[in-house]
Design a protein around this ligand. Structure first.
Ligand code: SF4
Length: 233
C-alpha cells in the first residue's frame, strides 16, 4: 500500500457507510468454486437474474462441472446458457475455461501456490476472460486480495469526486490497491457493496434522497467535479 492517508481514510469511510447501510453481502453467490467461475463469465453484459437461469439449466442437466462442459457439444452448451445472452460466445468461453482447468486435472488446489500475478496472467490468456472477470475469479474463487473494477465502481466514485489520474482499468484498480490494506475480506465485501449500491440507489438515474453517502457527494452527477489524485495529467 503506497497511497495517501487521507484517501485511505475516505475509501475506508465509504466502505464502512455502505456496510452499515446494507450489511454483509455474502458474495459471490455460488455453491462451488466452479459455479463462481461460470457465473463470472456468464455475468458479462448480463443481468444476474438471467445468469441464474443459465446456471440453473446447467445444474438441472447435471452439466455444471468442467468435465461435463468439456464433453458437451457446443450447440447444447449454447442452448443452456441462452438466458444469459451472447450464448454462442459464452459457450465458447466456458469451454475455454473448462479446458484450462483440465490442465490442472480440475483441481484448483494445484494453483494454491501460484503467485497472484502469474495466476492472473494465466486467467487473462483464457478466451473471453478480461481484467474484470479474471479479478473476480482471483478474489472470489482463489481468495486473492485483488480489487475488482466494474462499471458500478467507476460510476459511483466519479460521482463522489474520487477518480484516478489514469482513467483505465489499471488506473482504477491502483486507486484502491494503493490506498487500502490488501485484505481479501475487505476487497470481497467492498466490491459486493458497491454493486449493491449501484443497482439499488446510485443507478443511472440516482436515488440521491435515499443514499447513505449523500453527505460525501453532491448528489448531482452532472455537478460533481473530479478530484485529481496526483500523477501525470
Ligand atoms: S448522493 Fe446520489 S450520486 Fe451521490 S452516491 Fe448517492 S445516489 Fe450516487
Amino acid at each position: 500500500m503506497t497511497g495517501k492517508p487521507e484517501l485511505r481514510r475516505e475509501l475506508i469511510g465509504i466502505h464502512n457507510k455502505l456496510l452499515a447501510c446494507y450489511g454483509v453481502q455474502h458474495w459471490w453467490p455460488g455453491e462451488t468454486p466452479f459455479e463462481i467461475m461460470v457465473g463470472a463469465i456468464l455475468t458479462q453484459s448480463a443481468a444476474w437474474g438471467n445468469v441464474e437461469k443459465a446456471i440453473t439449466n446447467l445444474k438441472s442437466a447435471g452439466k455444471l462441472s468442467p468435465s461435463a462442459i468439456r464433453d458437451m457439444p457446443m450447440v447444447d452448451l449454447a442452448k443452456m446458457v441462452y438466458p444469459s445472452g451472447y450464448y454462442n460466445a459464452k459457450a465458447r468461453k466456458l469451454k475455454a475455461l473448462a479446458e484450462w482447468l483440465g490442465k490442472y486435472k480440475d483441481d484448483l488446489s494445484r494453483l494454491d501456490r501460484s503467485p497472484t500475478v502469474d495466476l492472473r496472467q494465466e486467467l487473462l490468456e483464457i478466451y473471453g476472460v478480461g481484467p474484470e472477470t479474471s479479478d473476480a475469479i482471483l478474489l472470489y474463487v482463489f481468495k486473492r486480495p485483488v480489487f475488482v473494477i466494474d462499471a458500478y465502481t467507476r460510476r459511483l466514485f466519479r460521482r463522489l469526486g474520487v477518480e484516478p489520474p489514469v482513467d483505465n482499468y489499471d488506473g482504477w484498480q491502483a486507486l484502491f490497491m494503493d490506498n487500502l490494506p490488501h485484505e481479501f475480506e475487505l476487497f470481497a465485501e467492498y466490491h459486493a457493496l458497491i454493486v449493491k449500491h449501484g443497482k439499488d440507489i446510485c443507478r443511472k438515474s440516482p436515488q440521491c434522497t435515499e443514499c447513505c453517502l449523500s453527505n460525501e457527494c453532491s448528489g448531482k452527477p452532472s455537478a460533481t467535479k473530479p478530484v485529481h489524485l496526483g500523477g501525470p495529467t
